[in-house]
Ligand binder design. Structure first.
Ligand code: F6R
Ligand code: ZN
Length: 195
């Protein structure tokens, strides 16, 4: 047995902090390019640089067949009409799938097939799981008023690729209209439609 392998981890359901694991924090300034409304983004940054989300990753197992997992906490908030979101990524090993399990809060996952650009938007809620197939960019959005807490389990060899998303962003976005989450195409939003 791998002597580094810990079979049991405990995490705080409010903060996502896993005992003995240093989490990473993504602040607003780390999310340049993720929000479409650049004026709203710059204005928000001038007011402060809040933590938008944290991820505590458990990567005890290594090698073929091993799994890693992360506890994410995505805080509530908006930039202009856009809800707080994660950067989003593809897996470096494109075939690597992932399972997300919602623990708290109210979220959506934007899934985008890399080959076709086809989008699927799925609820991420407590007591529910979302299957992210391989070759699919994925981003989490908090459309609720409380922290969105979830766990994502993926092959240890998946790796994370952020450049493609940083270049072109997702085709779909979640915006707040009359207090409710609405999905819009980025190109329509940029034209000023549907809002
Ligand atoms: C791992 C995974 C999640 C995300 C987390 C933060 O493959 O999908 O644990 O890493 O939701 O999102 P990113 O990594 O896009 O900043
Ligand atoms: Zn992932």
């Amino acid at each position: 047995m791998n002597p580094l392998l810990s079979h049991f981890t405990r995490f705080d359901p409010e903060t996502g902090i896993v005992e003995g694991v240093p989490g990473i924090s993504r602040r607003l300034a780390d999310l340049r390019g993720a929000f479409t409304d650049e004026d709203a983004y710059e204005a928000a940054l001038r007011r402060g640089n809040p933590v938008v989300y944290t991820v505590s990753s458990v990567s005890a197992g290594t090698g073929e067949g091993a799994l890693h997992y992360g506890i994410g906490v995505l805080y509530p908030g908006t930039i202009g009409q856009e809800y707080f979101l994660t950067k989003g990524h593809l897996h470096s090993w494109r075939a690597a799938a992932e399972v997300y399990v919602g623990l708290k809060g109210e979220g959506k996952m934007l899934l985008e097939d890399e080959a076709t650009g086809g989008s699927t938007i799925v609820d991420l809620l407590p007591n529910s799981a979302v299957y992210v197939p391989g070759h699919t960019a994925h981003r989490t959005v908090n459309v609720g008023a409380t922290p969105l807490v979830y766990i994502g389990v993926y092959p240890a060899e998946a790796g994370h690729e952020y450049r493609e998303i940083a270049k072109k962003n997702f085709r779909m976005m979640m915006i707040e209209v009359d207090g409710k989450p609405v999905a819009v195409k980025r190109e329509e939003y940029l034209k000023g439609g549907l809002v």
